[in-house]
Design a protein around this ligand. Structure first.
Ligand code: AVI
Length: 325
């Protein structure tokens, strides 16, 4: 390839969000990659499988809380008619429980799911409007930090759902920034429903992120496959090991990819050579776990007043309702 055109294709790759992130992460110390890189088509399908694993209690515990308390949650939130908004809604499988409760409360409901995946939103719209004729679904393809202000709630109380422990994948300072940004787009009195995973026995946490069937390992390793496919990298997946660690200090599960040998990787699209020592890791995800006090303080620092909390009987997961003030 001619030098000038090699440069321009290099620049094009680096300038994509994927290229920028991979360059930043693999030239940094320690090496890391952002968790959003997991969610290509295969990664999203693997994540769906994770949510059904026996060890991954997160999804089923939150669903059980919503099944038990949806009516209470809705009646606590609804000092006026409600409009529901969901951040990172995906296919919105758990939201049906809240929408059904909202319909029992007010007969008709408008639901605005926000997600970057148009196909997931279309699936959600079709499924929900078929099953719950009183619900009007108005999907919005956007990063969930954008676009909330543009939602016309027509004077109704907005109830913003941010469930699924998604807040746990943000660094604490980013979580505050995200919630503050959210608060700025709401009116005083609007509500936020946040689903968060609780600190629990280390053994349970580790099992949830290192399951026997190896689905989480495949989910983690898939990020390297993605870099091979999309950036022409030459990662040999057999020379890496999925590794989940509990950090007591940060109250978080960390996922890493550990290099089993000393090796050199080339990423042609970025013209980048990456050296890894044996035992060195690429840090791919943090999943923060909370105490109720820690979460309340996070909400307060972000302009929300915690109103109520619902928990399962083992205190493994909490759903917090907070009010913008
Ligand atoms: C999407 N997120 C809430 C999951 C979690 O539990 O942090 C992602 C995940 N990573 C490994 N297993 C699941």
């Amino acid at each position: 390839m001619h030098v000038a055109s090699a440069r321009s294709s290099l620049n094009t790759a680096i300038q994509t969000p994927l290229g920028e992130e991979v360059y930043r992460g693999l030239t940094g110390h320690p090496k890391s990659l952002c968790p959003w890189l997991f969610y290509d088509e295969k990664g999203s399908a693997l994540f769906e499988q994770i949510t059904a694993l026996p060890e991954y209690y997160v999804t089923r515990t939150e669903r059980a809380i919503l099944a038990d308390y949806a009516d209470e949650i809705i009646s606590t939130a609804a000092d006026r008619r409600l409009t529901l908004v969901e951040l990172g809604a995906g296919t919105a499988t758990k939201t049906g429980l809240l929408l059904e409760a909202a319909l029992r409360h007010q007969q008709r409901v408008t639901y605005h799911p926000i997600d970057v995946s148009e196909s997931a939103l279309n699936e959600a719209k079709l499924r929900i409007e078929t099953r719950l004729p009183g619900v009007t679904v108005k999907p919005r393809v956007a990063d969930y930090t954008e676009g909330l202000g543009a939602i016309d709630a027509a004077g109704q109380r907005r109830l913003v759902l941010f469930i699924g422990s998604s807040i746990g994948n943000f660094e604490p300072t980013d979580a505050v920034q995200l919630l503050r940004g959210l608060r700025q787009q709401l009116h005083a009195g609007d509500r936020l429903l946040l689903g968060v995973d609780r600190i629990k026995e280390r053994k349970l946490l580790l099992a949830a992120y290192d399951d026997k069937a190896g689905v989480t390992a495949a989910f983690n390793l898939n990020v390297l496959e993605r870099l091979n496919r999309e950036l022409g990298a030459n990662f040999n997946l057999r020379l890496f090991r999925h590794c989940a660690r509990w950090s007591e200090e940060h109250s978080r599960i960390e996922m890493h990819l550990e290099s089993l040998v000393s090796q050199q990787i080339f990423i042609p699209a970025l013209e980048l050579e990456v050296k890894l020592n044996r035992g060195e890791t690429i840090h791919t995800e943090n999943s923060y776990k909370f105490t109720p006090e820690g979460l309340s303080s996070l909400l307060e620092r972000s302009g929300f007043k915690p109103s109520r909390q619902w928990t399962d009987e083992r205190n493994w997961f909490s759903v917090f309702l907070a009010t913008a003030w």
